[in-house]
Design a protein around this ligand. Structure first.
Ligand code: AMP
Ligand code: MG
Length: 429
């Protein structure tokens, strides 16, 4: 007998998000190879063990000189210096620059002792000398260098002992580069969540099989898995559970070992909508129905299994657009919180609405929109029919334009908040 459960009321998006966030854990840190940590949250302070650059070095290919030997040098007043050696990047200079001498130096090579400026080849007779096959033992300086010019100083990027990246940093490509420059091959980050994804429905077939009468392909598993990947999780596509308790329970058990379990469909009021029954029986329901369009029917709870295991379970609606929008609004923040992220809101812009949005029943509307920028202003037009089954509309949209729950209609020309799905400027809509 299913036990009697408290079914929460229809919640606002914020209330639902809050309840979900209160129930998902922050995952533990682990040491990972540097290149696998893009987008993850640093779980250690990174303190520099040495200066960067480690020594003064040359910013140009040229000649390391004592500036005092070159004072007054110009095209009309060339100054000759004896070349006593050369130093390339990766070498350590063997001799000092003494009075009246210079050392050939390449970009990135350490500045030899005694030198205090680098005169680039362009300000010497280098090219003429080469063209005329003249002796390389002398160089003529044609321009007086400013003090310290073309010398990159020890520690000017990073100082030994400095806190370079604090714990909590979200690793972008530049951070990965800085970590490499500090010698890190691995780094401690908050672990990525493994997310099991289960489709439910007697009508579903996995892509790759021949289509049959009455059947459709399971697209939710794939769009949701791709979203999980995009936001840094590791998806595990489990397949399809049938609309009966036996099949559903068996497959849900298999998902209990993950950090999060996502199902799609079976949460509305149809005859075969079993997910809500199972969650009511085996778990604690925190969210049942959300005041949003699309994606009103939506479940979230903690699902319990044998051996005391329990897992946060997000029950997405079955309609393909609803599943994606519900994931963006409620699954994404949960995933980010688990990974240690603290900025959970989707980036939004303000745009001028080019089509009206009608709000039929006091829910927050997330309208699929195409945002363009003209003369520095963002404009948002809708993608056309907004049925929650029209998945191709998501491929045309780069944002979700929001009509608040208490606004019955937003007119063309009004300002609208648009949550951006993609920023790809190269896509032509
Ligand atoms: P339900 O919530 O089970 O009533 O499903 C709502 C709608 O979503 C129905 O039209 C289903 O056929 C469709 N649907 C459910 N699951 C999927 C899926 N995995 N991929 C594509 N469409 C689905
Ligand atoms: Mg169904």
């Amino acid at each position: 007998m299913p036990k009697k459960v408290m079914i929460p009321d229809m919640l606002s998006v914020e209330e639902a998000r809050e309840r979900i966030l209160a129930l998902v854990p922050l995952l533990e840190p682990e040491e990972r190879p540097l290149l696998e940590t893009l987008g993850q949250v640093l779980a250690q302070d990174v303190v520099a063990a040495f200066d960067i650059p480690p020594w003064d070095n040359s910013a140009m290919d040229g000649y390391a000189v004592r500036r005092q030997d070159t004072l007054g040098a110009s095209q009309d007043n060339p100054k000759s210096l004896r070349v006593t050696g050369s130093v390339a990047a990766g070498q350590w200079p063997r001799e000092r620059v003494r009075a009246g001498t210079a050392i050939r130096i390449m970009t990135g090579a350490p500045i030899p002792a005694g030198a205090d400026a680098v005169v680039p080849f362009e300000d010497t007779d280098e090219l003429d000398r080469k063209a005329q096959s003249r002796s390389q033992e002398e160089v003529t300086i044609l321009k007086e260098p400013r003090p310290g010019v073309n010398v990159r100083h020890v520690g000017e990027d990073v100082r030994h002992g400095e806190l370079v990246l604090p714990k909590g940093t979200v690793l972008r490509p530049s951070h990965i580069g800085v970590l490499a420059s500090l010698g890190y091959a691995t780094v401690k980050v908050v672990r990525r969540p493994q997310v099991s994804i289960l489709a439910t429905g007697d009508e579903l077939l996995p892509p790759g099989e021949p289509l049959q009468p009455g059947k459709i392909y399971d697209s939710n598993s794939y769009s949701v898995a791709a979203l999980v990947m995009r936001y840094g999780g590791v998806p595990r596509v489990m397949g399809i559970a049938r609309d009966n308790l036996e099949s559903l329970n068996r497959m849900l058990d298999d998902g209990l070992s993950s950090d999060m379990l996502i199902t799609s469909a079976g949460v509305s009021k149809g005859d075969y909508d079993m997910v809500k029954d199972v969650l009511a029986e085996r778990g604690e329901i925190a969210v049942w129905s959300v005041r949003m369009r699309p994606a009103r029917p939506l479940a979230f709870g903690i699902l319990r299994g044998k051996g005391g295991r329990s897992v946060p379970h997000l029950g997405l609606p079955g309609n393909p657009v609803s599943a994606m929008v519900a994931f963006e609004e409620l699954g994404r923040p949960a995933l980010l919180k688990m990974m240690g992220r603290t900025a959970l809101a989707k980036p939004a812009i303000e745009a001028i609405l080019e089509d009206p949005i009608v709000n039929e029943d006091g829910r927050r509307v997330y309208a699929r929109a195409v945002v363009t920028r003209r003369n520095g202003t963002y404009y948002a037009r809708l993608t056309g029919p907004q049925g929650s089954n029209i998945l191709t509309s998501m491929t045309r949209a780069n944002g979700l334009a929001i009509c608040p729950e208490d606004v019955p209609v937003m007119e063309k020309g009004q300002r609208v908040q648009v949550e951006m799905l993609d920023w790809d400027e190269e896509v032509v809509y």
